[in-house]
Write a protein that binds this ligand. Structure first.
Ligand SMILES: [Zn+2]
Length: 208
């Protein structure tokens, strides 16, 4: 049918409903929608740029499309283009204010790839506010608690400052029973330039 909305961004194969449900192209096995940084784990820059052009094209006919706005935000984040990422994530939050993902990725974006302990208190407060909103909107997803724990540990504890409540231990102790995608958490930590954090111990323990 040549429906532009149903073409694999990586290989051009026209996908069906089953492939979309599995979010995997049957021909090249790529993810069709990049709605989490976890999907970008194995992709290099040219492959990510294919997603970017695909979703920019889609937005021309559907400017408020949730998946396209989120995918572009996530792809630009991964490419280190923080202003562009923020532009699409802001559009996502405006068009879909009930969607926690917009606030979650916007929080990662506002640190611009720098380690939390090295950024200004204003940037930390902005990130905390966004994550707290994501927690309210989607309390069952542990990635929000883990991101807040990582940011607060890195900024307040490592800088010897008084930690706001809930503190990192409270957040880490509270994730039992919540949904946890460990690849997503690892990618988020990489985007924040954090390579050591109590968050990693909790994620590893949850895997066993
Ligand atoms: Zn494909």
């Amino acid at each position: 049918m040549g429906d532009a909305n149903h073409v694999c961004p990586q290989c051009g194969w026209t996908f069906d409903t089953e492939a979309l449900q599995n979010n995997t192209c049957k021909k090249c096995r790529s993810a069709l929608l990049i709605t989490s940084v976890a999907y970008l784990e194995k992709f290099d820059r040219p492959a990510i740029q294919k997603y970017v052009s695909r979703y920019n094209e889609l937005l021309k006919s559907a400017p408020e499309n949730r998946d396209a706005l989120l995918s572009l935000g996530v792809c630009y984040l991964r490419l280190g283009l923080f202003d562009l990422a923020d532009k699409f994530l802001a559009r996502l939050v405006n068009a879909h204010p009930e969607d926690a993902a917009g606030y979650y990725y916007k929080a990662i974006c506002c640190l611009k790839g720098r380690r939390p302990r090295t950024v200004s208190l204003n940037a930390i407060r902005e990130a905390e506010q966004l994550i707290l909103t994501a927690i309210v909107l989607e309390p069952g997803n542990a990635r929000h608690d883990l991101l807040l724990a990582a940011v607060r540990h890195d900024y307040y504890i490592l800088n010897g400052l008084r930690v706001p409540e809930p503190n990192p231990s409270e957040l880490l102790n509270g994730i039992g029973g919540k949904y946890l995608d460990s690849r997503e958490i690892e990618q988020a930590m990489a985007l924040l330039s954090i390579n050591d954090s109590p968050v990693f111990h909790v994620v590893r323990a949850a895997q066993n």
